[in-house]
Design a binder for this molecule. Sequence first.
Ligand code: AMP
Length: 211
Amino acid sequence: MNLIFLGPPGAGKGTVAQQVTEKLGVVQISTGDLLRAAVRAGSELGVKAKGYMDAGELVPDDLVIALLKERIARPDCERGAIMDGFPRTIPQAEALEKAEVPVDRVINFNLPDDVIIHRLSGRRVHRSSGAIYSINSDGVPQPGPDVNPDDLYQRDDDKPEAIRNRLVVYRKQTEPLIDFYRQRGLLSDIDAAQPLEGMISDTLAATGSQG
Ligand code: AMP
C-alpha cells in the first residue's frame, strides 16, 4: 500500500507517519529527512539543496524526483510506503504517475495558518534521534521533562521568515495537488488541529485499517 501525506508544514504528517508505519507494515519516506541527511553529509545533492531549504523554497523538481524514485525502488518499500512531503508540485505528482508508482490513498492534513505558525515556531528536533518536540513558553520539551533542552535544536526553516515563505510556497505550489488527487478519487481529508491520537485513528480509518 502506497500512501501520500499531503498538507502544510507543521500539520503533523511526519509524526503521524512515524506512528502508523508499523501498523500498516510500510516504510516512511520523508523527502525532507532525506534532503537534510544529504545536506549533513555534504553530498552534491545536499550542496545543491541547502540554499533552497534554508529559505523555505522548494528544491527543484528534477532533484527531488530522482531522490524519491531511487528511494522507493529499494527492497524495503516492497510492501508499501508513506510518502511524507512528496509530491509537493504537480510535476512531481505527474512524475509518480509516469514512473507507475501506484497510489492507494492521499491523506490531506487540514490546518489553519495561525496554528501552523504557532506549531512550527515551537517545533524542536532531538539531535540524535530526530524525534519531534514542542517547547512551551517555559522552554520545556513536550512530551516529558526527561529530555535535555540542550539536545534539541530548531530547524533553520522553522525560523519566522522561512515559515512565512513556506506557507506561501505551500499555498501556491502544493495546494493544487488537493484537486489533482480529489479528481482521481484518492483524497481523504483529516482534521490536523485535533490531538495526535485522533489524527492517527482518522488516518488508519481512511486507509481501511482499524484505528
Ligand atoms: P519538510 O521536512 O517536508 O518540511 O521539508 C523541508 C524542506 O525540504 C522543504 O521546505 C523543501 O525545501 C525541501 N523539500 C522536501 N520535500 C520536497 C519536495 N517534495 N519537493 C521540493 N522540496 C522539498
